[in-house]
Design a binder for this molecule. Structure first.
Ligand code: PLP
Length: 386
């Protein structure tokens, strides 16, 4: 029934498939029956396998069961959920926090509650797919602005119908390019033009800012942006997402955001794991230091080899290839040389910007990074990328 459509996808080198990792995530994993260096995980600080984090999850299962049994508002709120929300609010220095089952659910749940059919949404061209879907669900008019271009945002704001409800939507740290949104400028535009600014800090959470509070801390704009969201499945090494802000904001979302109301609460174990991650994040700042040292080491190594990277300032180090089939064969070459970092193709990234999205973690050793760089050199030459 779907043969023709699958064939069309294949003709563009855009077929996707699930690949099974045969071990826990980490700097080196078992894949295809052998150890390979993993350079694509978002577990930036190695917390998914940190003993305090995994033990917290196990203890929560033993104490509260494998599943939460109902949605949060029926009887699915257990002590780990409650504790995690309190801890996130105090970590983020906000009045309140609300957790969701995932970042995707948070975005499609929250965005339609911030603006309706009469409104206007301005979204960065490289916004995450879940933000785009949340925007669509709101029914508001939807304009894309040039990536990180606050002047473009201002010109769109100037041209809107006066007093029209307006929402500006952006990632904090962009997932596929590794650069930061101009939050200072966007926050001041939001204030001047009476718009709401919605920031998705899925990737910045835990790794950016002096204490890991994320992109808002990094850019010094926490007091200018009244609420934002982030996820618990990346640097936190668990699963789920949060919105932090005023008590009024979280109470409003608790009463109206459909994925909060109508989905089974996340299992107590993922909340307990995220809570433990929050502790480790604060107790072991050296993980962030190691992450950034590794990031600089690999970044300069790739640059020295002559690869074309995006304008990244983070542990996300995308190597631009362009053509989807070339990106695929480069990734295959890398795998043949013992490094796993898959090709990222449209529609995840714009047409003709297929890439290898390399991510590095705090847990890679220098000798692993050196080995990876040797593989990049051989495969990059074979693919005529350097
Ligand atoms: C990963 C990601 C999401 C989705 O979060 P999940 O918890 O994985 O559903 C949302 N926004 C951005 C920017 C992301 O990178």
């Amino acid at each position: 029934m779907f043969h023709k459509r699958l064939q069309q996808i294949a003709d563009q080198s855009l077929t996707r498939s699930v690949r099974v990792l045969e071990s826990a995530t980490g700097p080196v994993v078992q894949f295809g029956g052998r150890p390979v260096i993993l350079l694509c995980s978002n577990d930036y600080l190695g917390l998914a396998v940190h003993p305090l984090v995994t033990q917290a999850a196990i203890r929560a299962i033993e104490q509260y069961g494998a599943g939460s049994g109902a949605s949060r508002l029926i009887c699915g709120t257990l002590p780990p959920h409650h504790r995690l929300e309190s801890a996130l609010a105090s970590f983020k220095r906000t009045e309140s926090a609300l957790i969701f089952g995932s970042g995707y659910l948070a975005n499609i749940g929250v965005l339609p509650r911030l603006i309706g059919r009469d409104g206007l949404i301005l979204a960065d061209r490289l916004c995450h797919a879940s933000l785009i879907d949340g925007c669509r669900l709101s029914g508001a008019d939807f304009r894309i602005f040039r990536h990180c271009d606050s002047m473009h945002v201002e010109s769109l704001l100037k041209r809107r119908t006066p007093n029209r409800p307006t929402l500006i939507v952006t990632d904090g740290l962009f997932s596929m390019d590794g650069d930061l949104a101009p939050l200072t400028e966007l926050a001041s535009l939001a204030e001047r033009y009476d718009a709401i600014l919605y920031v998705d800090d899925a990737h910045g959470t835990g790794i950016l800012g002096a204490t890991g509070r994320g992109t808002l801390e990094e850019l010094g704009v926490e007091d200018k942006i009244p609420f934002h969201m982030g996820t618990l499945g990346k640097a936190f090494g668990s699963s789920g997402a949060y919105v932090v802000g005023s008590r009024e904001t979280t109470e409003y979302l608790l009463n109206t955001a459909r994925p909060f109301i109508f989905a089974t609460a996340p299992p107590p174990s993922t909340a307990a794991a995220a809570l433990a991650s929050l502790d480790v994040l604060q107790q072991e700042p050296e993980r962030r230091a190691r992450l950034w040292a590794n990031r600089h080491y690999l970044f300069h190594g790739l640059q020295r080899l002559g690869f074309r990277l995006t304008a990244t300032v983070s542990p996300i180090l995308p190597i631009l290839v362009g053509d989807a089939s070339r990106a695929l064969s480069f990734a295959e070459q890398m795998l043949a040389h013992g490094v796993y970092a898959p090709a990222i193709r449209p529609p995840t990234v714009p047409n003709h910007t297929s890439r290898i999205r390399v991510t590095v973690t705090s847990e890679h050793t220098t000798s692993q990074l050196d080995e990876a760089l040797r593989a990049f050199e051989v495969a990059g030459r074979a693919a005529h990328l350097i």
